[in-house]
Design a protein around this ligand. Structure first.
Ligand SMILES: CC(C)(COP(=O)(O)OP(=O)(O)OC[C@H]1O[C@@H](n2cnc3c(N)ncnc32)[C@H](O)[C@@H]1OP(=O)(O)O)[C@@H](O)C(=O)NCCC(=O)NCCS
Length: 147
């Protein structure tokens, strides 16, 4: 599917993604997956519902939903390149992701963020209401991220 606004386009076509750009951003410029190897990014894209944000032919943003397209989704790896920030593009990208037909019926969508709570609150996200019901395993720095 495709969505357009002025000269920007959002597409859920995985073949259109600039995997070099996505990998470079996640490896070098994200605070959550520093050093991530290319094959990890490739595999994550292959098994997720991914959205590219494009200015003409050039990819300028990305969002990835880890989901079974039925019951659960986790929103991850959201970014907009610096020169395109502050124009409402992340809000458009994330609201497009959340309105995707594959998410109809999905009862819980989670995400993690260090500092963009204000962005996601505008899209309906709220802090976990019953934190005691959730547990996690977190391995912040696996060996393969340090090669
Ligand atoms: C966060 C990011 C995706 C926002 O992209 P953007 O296109 O500039 O965002 P938008 O223009 O759609 O607006 C974001 C809205 O969220 C708010 N916001 C809250 N926290 C924010 C944050 N940490 N960064 C950017 N905006 C934030 C902004 O104030 C703005 O609200 P407003 O329109 O009411 O003023 C972008 O800054 C980015 O790629 N940052 C680096 C990667 C990152 O941190 N990703 C999020 C991981 S959870």
């Amino acid at each position: 599917m495709e969505w357009t606004a002025e000269h920007y386009l959002i597409s859920d076509d995985p073949h259109r993604l600039d995997r070099d750009l996505v990998h470079r951003f996640l490896r070098d410029d994200s605070y959550w997956s520093q050093g991530v190897p290319r094959d990890v990014v490739d595999k994550s894209i292959d098994h997720s519902l991914c959205f590219g944000l494009y200015d003409g032919a050039e990819q300028v943003g990305f969002a990835r939903l880890v989901t079974d397209r039925s019951t659960f989704a986790f929103l991850a790896d959201v970014f907009v390149l610096p020169s395109h920030r502050g124009r409402g593009l992340a809000k458009w990208l994330c609201s497009t992701v959340l309105a995707h037909p594959d998410l109809v019926g999905v009862r819980r969508i989670l995400l993690g963020t260090d500092d963009a709570h204000g962005l996601y609150e505008q899209l309906g996200f709220a802090p976990l209401a019953q934190t005691e019901r959730f547990m996690d395993i977190f391995r912040p720095a696996p060996e393969i991220y340090r090669r």
